[in-house]
Design a protein around this ligand. Structure first.
Ligand SMILES: NC(=O)c1ccc[n+]([C@@H]2O[C@H](COP(=O)([O-])OP(=O)(O)OC[C@H]3O[C@@H](n4cnc5c(N)ncnc54)[C@H](OP(=O)(O)O)[C@@H]3O)[C@@H](O)[C@H]2O)c1
Length: 290
């Protein structure tokens, strides 16, 4: 079961280990999953295990991950929070193009409402701020969608502290989703800012896109001594890093999902946390070399 105290993302109450659905699509985040039955089982099992935050996006597939969520879980259990995103167009496997035109964001919001089969999106995240469109216009349409009741809460993805402050002047933000894990900590300042301002921080690639889940590196010894696995220690470090941290590890496998969810029951001692934090450079070298 997913343990640990829940936290608030604005009006949304979420347990601190969520599930990212990007790995449920085809290669290059394009098309249907390789194993559709397993994808459906993973989604249902995540909820059975106590996960109540699912991260998705219109662009995963595109449109595939949202449709799978609906197929697997609708009618949705009470308290399930679905966080989707808009702000990319897709033109093929592995290809992502920013598009923050207000009319496009609005159309994608309508599409997500339809695909998910809901009247209101729990958490709507701007996938990227499009540098070719006035940022305030992008934040403004998020505000409008929130005021119209089409989305309940708003978040941003891959942003700086200055961008969070600018957006927050237009629409209240409840979450920020940036690349962050024990080896990639460029967003340390954003994590600290979110903690000081009661904004949830949702690290993407919490397992370094899988690199922080393989045996044989500097995390292994600590993992063995705590009767845990390398991905579990990678996630436990994130959970310990800040009380506003909500990792969303992605997997297409029930076995990996169960392993990852169990990480919420591991509490690192001060000494173990400090040792891992101090080993950051070695962990980064190992993770980047694999
Ligand atoms: N906002 C953004 O721009 C952005 C960008 C990327 C991702 N995201 C979101 O963040 C979520 C997490 O990121 P991610 O999925 O890219 O990367 P991740 O969670 O760091 O790692 C996923 C990879 O790790 C493997 N894995 C997971 N658990 C494992 C385990 N216990 N043992 C061994 N391997 C394991 C998965 O393979 P298997 O399938 O074989 O388990 C997959 O290859 C995504 O699903 C998505 O929702 C957001």
């Amino acid at each position: 079961m997913v343990g640990g105290g829940p936290i608030q993302l604005g009006t949304l109450r979420v347990r601190r280990l969520g599930f990212g659905t990007m790995q449920l699509t085809g290669r290059g985040v394009w098309g249907p999953p390789g194993d559709r039955d397993e994808a459906i089982t993973v989604l249902r099992r995540s909820v059975d295990l106590g996960v109540n935050l699912l991260d998705t996006a219109d662009s995963y597939g595109p449109n595939v991950a949202e449709a799978l969520i609906r197929e697997a879980l609708s009618p949705y259990p009470e308290g399930l929070v679905i966080a989707t995103k808009a702000g990319f167009t897709r033109s093929g496997p592995g290809r992502w193009e920013e598009c923050g035109r207000p009319d496009y964001l609005r159309a994608q919001c309508e599409g997500s409402l339809h695909r998910l089969g809901v009247d209101q999106i729990d958490l709507f995240q701007l996938h990227r701020i499009d540098p070719h469109v006035d940022a305030d216009e992008q934040f403004g349409v998020l505000r409008e969608l929130r005021d119209e009741g089409k989305v309940r809460e708003v978040g941003l993805s891959q942003v700086s502290v200055a961008q969070i402050e600018a957006a927050n002047r237009i629409v209240p933000l409840v979450s920020v989703q940036n690349l962050y894990n024990i080896a990639q900590r460029d967003s340390d300042d954003v994590v600290d800012f979110c903690e000081q301002n009661a904004i949830g921080f949702i690290p993407w690639n919490p397992l370094g896109s899988g690199k922080l889940s393989t045996a044989g590196g500097p995390i292994e010894e600590m993992a063995s001594s705590l009767h845990a696995t390398v991905p579990q220690i990678s996630l436990a470090w994130l959970l310990r890093r800040s009380p506003i941290m909500v990792p969303i590890p992605g997997t297409s496998s029930v076995e990996h999902l169960e392993e990852n969810c169990a990480a919420s029951g591991i509490s690192l001692s001060d000494a173990a946390y400090d040792e891992l934090t101090a080993s950051r450079k070695a962990i980064r070298r190992w993770a980047m070399s694999g």
